[in-house]
Design a protein around this ligand. Structure first.
Ligand SMILES: Cc1ncc(COP(=O)(O)O)c(C=O)c1O
Ligand SMILES: N[C@@H](CCCC[NH3+])C(=O)O
Length: 420
């Protein structure tokens, strides 16, 4: 029987129900520590900022807090989880291309240290609201460095027409933004941010972005205290994916940053990076119970008790995953299967051509590397309940998110007349 950090998958499903999202806590800890320990420089301070959109809950944020990492949030909802976890406000970065006034006010009221500004209109809103609340806040401006990242087009964020940030070519507009910020007593311009995309497996795109950002800072000629180089570091979903190990990635980026800054004769106080997927991705497993199987003209289907509702990535990005049958992990693979979910959609196929031993009802199917953007993008489509999330560590397990139930789903099903 396949085990996750010493806990057998059948025990997990018997005690916690199926389907289930399970994280190996040791793997999360190792990744956080690897980033914090390797992203270090003698030339500037460094800060590892976890992109909490990849997976967030209070237990996850407590872990980051203890390991001296910071977080980014992109919405009032993600910020709310951080507030519930008592996450230190001076280690929160607030991102987003369309922050609502109430979200900006929420961030200011929680004394969030830094808002990452997306566009000129947002400068005006942040300035107005910081003035209104008399609340100091630091800001970075998100720059689009127009670097082509080799990844799926839906998750590349620095294409010329990306909706995120402001193009680095628009120097006058960026200077205007800084002037507006400088004119406000409560808002302090600290520097620039860039992020080129996600699930990037090579260093080249990051190096190009670093060179372009440092060149941009030199050209625009303003004092920059913080440079944030974003996240996007890839993970291994299948054997085709060969991510750069975290320590090598960090050391390569630090060297590139130190060289680029020295050459341009620029000093910054701090450089931040924002890994999300690479901190939680490979630590996460999705456990399903097999129901029916079906033979069609050309395919053999295995139906599982979850699907696109708990993992939209295959349907959305054609994302590839690997899986095993946990209770047959020592048996040879004999056949290829289509792993299909239970949603009422033909596209609800989690894995095509999975090579597995003979699969039967009640087998336990484990999908690997589902820890990032799995649970966090899950939905209630077809009114499926979102699974529980369990952390396991050295033979012990704890629930960190409870399973949804039909009753909890109905909490918002409230009828009332509206007075107009
Ligand atoms: C601004 C920003 N920072 C960090 C991340 C984290 O990316 P990843 O999970 O790919 O590391 C993202 C998502 O792509 C992002 O948009
Ligand atoms: N949700 C995407 C990544 C988006 C990253 C955030 N900008 C994924 O599953 O790959």
């Amino acid at each position: 029987m396949f085990k996750i950090s010493g806990v057998a998958c059948d025990t997990l499903l018997e005690t916690c129900g199926s389907p289930l999202v399970v994280y190996d806590e040791n793997k999360i800890d190792e990744q956080i520590r690897s980033y914090v320990n390797n992203f270090k420089s003698n030339v500037f301070d460094t800060e590892v900022v976890y992109a909490s959109k990849a997976f967030t809950c209070t237990a996850m944020l407590e872990k980051l807090e203890q390991e001296s990492a910071s977080i980014d949030v992109v919405s009032g909802g993600e910020l709310y989880v951080a507030i519930q976890a008592n996450f230190p406000a001076n280690r929160i970065y607030f991102h987003g291309n369309n922050k609502l006034d109430e979200e900006i006010e929420m961030a200011l009221s929680y004394h969030v240290q830094t808002i990452v500004i997306d566009n000129m209109h947002e400068v005006e809103r942040v300035v107005a609201l910081a003035d209104k609340l008399k609340q100091p806040v630091d800001v970075l401006i998100r720059i689009n460095p127009k670097v082509e990242a080799h990844t799926h087009e839906f998750i590349a964020t620095a294409t010329p027409d990306s909706k995120f940030g402001i193009s680095m070519d628009l120097v006058d507009e960026i200077k205007d933004m800084i002037a507006k910020i400088d004119a406000c007593t409560y808002v302090t311009f600290k520097g620039f941010h860039s992020h080129i995309g996600s699930q990037i497996l090579a260093t080249e795109g990051f190096m190009a972005a670093i060179d372009k950002m440092v060149g941009f800072i030199k050209d625009i000629n303003v004092d920059v205290s913080i440079l944030n180089i974003g996240g996007g570091f890839g993970v291994r979903y299948t054997k085709e994916d060969q991510p750069v190990p975290t320590d090598i990635m960090c050391q390569t980026l630090i060297e590139a940053l130190e060289n680029a800054l020295a050459q341009a004769q620029i000093q910054v106080d701090k450089v931040c990076m924002e890994p999300g997927r690479s901190i939680v991705g490979e630590a996460g497993y999705s456990l399903y119970t097999v129901g029916f199987t079906k033979q069609t003209q050309n395919k053999t289907f295995v139906f599982i008790d979850g699907g696109m509702a708990d993992n939209i990535r295959p349907a959305l990005y054609d994302a590839k995953y690997e899986c095993i049958i946990a209770n047959k992990d020592q048996q040879p693979a004999v056949r290829t299967y289509e792993i299909a979910g239970k949603c009422c959609e033909s596209g609800d196929i989690l894995i095509h051509d999975a090579l597995l031993p003979e699969v039967e009802a009640n087998d336990i199917l484990v999908m690997f590397t589902t820890g990032a953007y799995g649970y966090s993008m899950a939905s209630n489509y077809n009114r499926l309940n979102r699974p529980a999330v369990i952390f396991v560590k050295d033979g012990k397990a704890r629930q960190v998110i409870a399973r949804e139930t039909f009753e909890t789903q109905m909490i918002l099903d409230v009828q009332k007349d509206i007075e107009l």
